[in-house]
Design a protein around this ligand. Structure first.
Ligand code: ATR
Length: 292
């Protein structure tokens, strides 16, 4: 019996996974289990459905190597940490948790890195300091993206959202965290085409364009020549917005890369080796997305 208990403990200490509610849609298990297998590591990365009221207790009790955290638990995960990296604190959300040897919990947010790395991979010539960026949407995903864009040196960010109050609130919160001179301007959703004037980057952070949702209606003609258009939506991989961008000669970067590139630093935080985001891995995830 004691032997069995010990075995359970060892097993649980080797655990990894992702928590969310619901969690069925998450492709993180596919990505991490692929990397684990490739690295010859004998761990299983599991999806875990945790109800919002149970997050704190779940994390206190948990003995994991690490966890990823997805919607709607990123804020609660941050609050449960003993220590957090500055970027996660700024964003107010943790998507990667690391259990340290002394049992304490360290929180990180790799969404910003994922967003930037994906753009660098998909648009190798991108120069973030070359002009303004337009960000459509002010939900949870926008927060890490805005902080990452400022860190990357974007001189001006034009933020627009259907509910403008949310855009003002988000801009205000970022200014409180980063200083009043944070270069974010809020524009009404109806003026979103004007927000693109001479911008070098356009980012859709809304759920518009996702399978079964209406597309994001946006006139891209005023963007700067050679501008990059990216979408956080990755199902379908080529959203109507990205299709339109390509047709107009802009560089289109799909959102699936962000998911892959935010996963890589999480794996690195747990195992000390940064796994590669390869076309083969991306194709595997695309195949899975097409299945369900
Ligand atoms: P979150 O939990 O991150 O806020 P969400 O509710 O799915 O996620 O919304 C994400 C973004 O998509 C928000 O900016 C939302 O705009 P609102 O703040 O006005 O709700 C935007 N969004 C969703 N559906 C939309 C639609 N039909 N038209 C315009 N924006 C939309």
């Amino acid at each position: 019996m004691a032997e069995e208990h010990r075995e359970d403990e060892i097993k649980s200490q080797k655990r990894l996974g992702v928590i969310g509610f619901p969690i069925g849609h998450s492709r993180s298990p596919l990505i991490h289990n692929y990397w684990l297998k490739l690295a010859g590591l004998d761990h299983l990365y599991e999806p875990m459905n945790v109800e919002p009221e149970n997050v704190s207790a779940f994390l206190k009790k948990g003995q994991f190597i690490g966890l990823n955290v997805t919607i709607p638990h990123k804020e609660a995960a941050l609050a449960a940490c003993d220590e957090v990296e500055p970027f996660a604190k700024r964003v107010g959300a943790a998507n990667t948790l690391i259990w340290r040897d002394d049992g304490t919990l360290y929180g990180r947010n790799t969404d910003g890195i994922g967003f930037i790395e994906n753009l660098r991979a998909g648009a190798p010539d991108i120069d973030f300091s070359s002009g303004p960026a337009a960000v459509i949407g002010a939900g949870g995903a926008a927060r890490a993206i805005l902080a990452a864009l400022m860190d990357a040196g974007v001189p001006e960010i034009r933020l627009t959202n259907r509910s403008i109050d949310k855009a003002y609130k988000l801009a205000e919160e970022i200014k409180q965290a980063d200083g009043a001179d944070a270069p974010i301007k809020v524009l009404p959703f109806e003026d979103r085409a004007a927000a693109l004037t001479d911008a070098s980057l356009c980012v859709n952070t809304t759920s518009l364009g996702m399978k079964d949702n209406p597309p994001l209606e946006l006139d891209l003609t005023s963007l700067a020549q050679g501008a990059v258009v990216t979408d956080i939506v990755y199902s379908p991989l080529e959203t109507p917005l990205l299709k339109q961008a390509k047709a107009q000669g802009y560089t289109a970067v799909d959102g699936l890369g962000m998911l892959l590139h935010q996963a890589a630093p999480a794996f690195e935080a747990w195992f000390g080796v940064k796994p590669k985001v390869t076309p083969l891995l991306k194709a595997m995830v695309v195949e899975d997305l097409n299945k369900r």
